[in-house]
Structure formats: C-alpha cells, structure tokens
Write a new protein. Structure first.
Length: 374
C-alpha cells in the first residue's frame, strides 16, 4: 500500500480497504474531514448525458459538486475547464486516470460511458479508493455486475447505480403501493419504455453496436424491467422474450424492439416492451380491486399518473435537471452519512440477472427461461 503522497482522505480510504479485506474496518473512527463538505465528483465520459444533464445538475446540488473530468478528447477538456472552472490538476485522460487515487478533491467517480466500459471504469475507480456512481445499465451482464459489487465492497467504497426514477417522488409513491396494496392483489403490470431514434446517422453510434452494449433492451428496456420489479416489490422467477428489428438497414446484431414477459411469484405477470422505433412511456398496474398508472413514468420531468380511486400522482420535482440533482444529492448524503445508497449495486445486479435471462430467451426463440434465485 503506497501512501506517501496521499491526503488524509486517500490514506483513510486505502487503510479502510486494507482493513476491510482483513475484516477489521470497524476499528477506525468516523473521519470528520469529509463529513460535511460537498463531495467532489469526477465525471468519466463527457458525452450527452454528462454535458446536458449531470454537469448542469451538479450546479444545483448541495452535497456534491463537479470537481473533475475524465475524457479522451483534449479539446473537450479545455472547454469543460473553462465552463465549469475545473483546475488542471483535476483533469484526466483515460490512460492517466488511475492517478486520481492521489487526488483529495475527488471523492466520487461517476461512470457515464458506453455500457461496455461501466465495469472496467468501476473497477479502476474502486481500486483508486473512490466511491462509484455508475450509469444504467450497470454492466453487460450479471457476472460483470457481481465483479463490480465485489470490487467496491473490497475497497470499502460505495457503489450506486444511476436509476434516477427511484429518486422521483411519484415513482416512490407507486413503489410504496407494492407493500400497502390498497387495490388488493397485484395481477398484471404493463411497462413500456422507448423512443423513435436513429433515423439520421450522426455521432458515435455505440447504441447500435452489440459489443459496446447497444440495443433497445440495454438502453431503455432496463427502465421497464426495473419498473416491473419496483412496482411488484418482488423478483421475477421466469421470463419469455422476443427480439425484433423493424429497420434492418440500421439495426444489425442488436435489438430494435424487445417484448418480454416476467413471471413473478403469486401469479403476477409483467409485460414489458422497449423499442428504438416507437415512443413508449407507460407503467400500469392492474390489481384485484383497481388499477394505477404513471405516464410518462421515465421522463426527465413531468412524471405523473392516476389511480382507479381518483388519486393522482402529480408531485412536481422542478425543471430538468432537478431529477438528476435529487439523485446525486441523495447518493452524496448516503456517502456522507455512511448509509447504503437508495439504489446500490445489488439493485443493478438483479436487473442484469433478469436481462441475461431475457437475452437468453430471445436467442432461443422465446423459450421460457427460469431465473435462479440469488
Ligand atoms: P454519449 O455517446 O453521448 O457519450 C459517451 C461518451 O463516452 C462520449 O464522450 C465518448 O467520447 C466517450 N467514450 C469513451 N470511450 C468510448 C467508446 N469506446 N465508444 C464510444 N464512446 C466512448 O452517450 P450518453 O448518452 O452520454 O450515455 C452514456 C451513459 O449514460 C450510458 O451508459 C447511458 O445508458 C447512460 N445514460 C443514462 C441516462 C439516464 O437518464 N440515466 C440518459 C442518457 C444516458
């Protein structure tokens, strides 16, 4: 463990990592140096989501701030430094990224890269002793997700997944109904998430590239899948799925549309659909004595809905990117208060397990695939 040039925070994190591996982490007192200053966040990958949503949101947050950037494009770095006042010492390229371990300004690394890079950058961030926030989908498969969880656990850093809907108050009201069940037994769920896109070529089309985690299911399908799980408050036991392509000239080797059925315990069935060919944004639950729904259910703002008893879900969180600010503030507070985040790595891993089964079923022509409990 090389600690010569480390700050007290870095030193402590490394020591915690070492002690944790030895089962001794409880012997250290709380550190007060990090206790209440806003956490420094470094964004890795300065594409659409970082530029248009997360960086503006980090200007609204109270418990964290944009402190650093990691990018492969020097021109972008200069522009970001100007716009966000980021000092040279907090700018990294992908090759030199691991030096971030010695930077006391950075507490959290937020991985906002194409999906195939979520695992390697989570592992590198954890090895550097930084807490990790990772965008959805968490990884390419459940095995990768499990390795990410283990790496963060070993280094005693937090791992939170960027499922922003779980921080949204109307969504949280729907999640609570899974347990209070005011409409009786849940019977059927419909979850649809998609958008019409890719008619014009432009940008880096990694979302069309299977090797980089492309396809509608990874991108938008996880919203529907995650919603089916949080609306039932249960884990699916089996899945059947069908992948299809409506525009074969654009979608080669990835799904343009995926339809999937999740079977939950007690006979609850969730029908999910995701597509890059159609705008879809519905979450609906049918119960023995009524129904409730959100539409849109995964928009950046204006999530709203109603129920058969006349109740409305219409809490406003504010204009975009208020939702992202809410998510990052909640995740920062969890770190500062040493609590588990609302959406830990395990939540992403459960989705990846189901996703693996969905892809397996689709590859097998819609065969029913059971999901091992775990
Ligand atoms: P993007 O293509 O706009 O940006 C990706 C960035 O990664 C670019 O800056 C690119 O230069 C960089 N990069 C590094 N290595 C790369 C490689 N090998 N191939 C391609 N790009 C590479 O993508 P985005 O829309 O910002 O999405 C990034 C991540 O954020 C994805 O995981 C996506 O699912 C997630 N996302 C989440 C939300 C949400 O609402 N939570 C919304 C959009 C995107």
């Amino acid at each position: 463990m090389s600690i010569e040039r480390s700050s007290p925070d870095v030193f402590r994190r490394r020591l915690l990592g070492a002690l944790g591996a030895a089962g001794m982490a409880g012997v250290l007192p709380r550190v007060s140096a990090t206790a209440r200053r806003p956490l420094g966040v470094a964004l890795v990958g300065l594409g659409y989501y970082s530029r248009d949503l997360l960086a503006p949101a980090l200007k609204m947050t109270r418990h964290c701030r944009l402190a650093g950037i990691v990018t492969g494009t020097p021109d972008k770095a200069a522009e970001w430094q100007r716009r966000h006042g980021i000092p040279d010492r907090n700018v990294y390229d992908y090759g030199g990224f691991d030096r971030i371990a010695d930077n006391p300004d950075i507490d959290v690394v937020y991985v906002v890269l194409p999906n195939h890079l979520h695992k390697p950058f989570t592992l590198r961030s954890a090895a550097a002793g930084k807490h990790v926030w990772c965008e959805k989908p968490m990884a390419m498969d459940a095995a990768e997700a499990r390795a990410m969880i283990e790496a963060c656990r070993h280094q005693r850093v937090q791992l939170a997944i960027g499922y922003r809907m779980q921080h949204e108050p109307n969504t949280q009201a729907v999640m609570a109904l899974a347990h209070s069940r005011p409409f009786g037994r849940l019977q059927r769920i419909r979850a649809e998430a998609g958008f019409r896109g890719f008619d014009d070529a432009g940008g880096d089309p990694w979302r069309l590239d299977a090797a980089r985690g492309g396809g509608a299911m990874y991108d938008m399908g996880v919203y529907a899948l995650n919603a089916a799980r949080y609306t039932t408050g249960a884990e699916p036991v089996a899945v059947t799925a069908t992948a299809s392509v409506q525009r074969p000239e654009i979608f080669r080797g990835v799904d343009e549309t995926m339809q999937f059925r999740l079977e939950f315990p007690d006979g609850i069935v969730a029908d999910g659909e995701t597509s890059f060919g159609r705008n879809l944004n519905l979450l609906r639950a049918e119960c023995a004595n009524g129904w409730y729904e959100l539409s849109p259910f995964q928009a950046y703002e204006g999530v709203r809905g109603e129920a058969s008893d006349g109740r409305r879900f219409d809490i406003a969180v504010g204009a975009t990117p208020a939702q992202q600010a809410r998510q990052m503030d909640a995740d920062a507070l969890a770190i500062l208060e040493r609590r588990a985040p609302r959406v830990p790595g395990e939540e992403g891993w459960r989705d990846m397990q189901v996703l693996d089964a969905i892809f397996a079923s689709a590859r097998a022509g819609g065969k029913r695939v059971e999901i091992a409990a775990g």
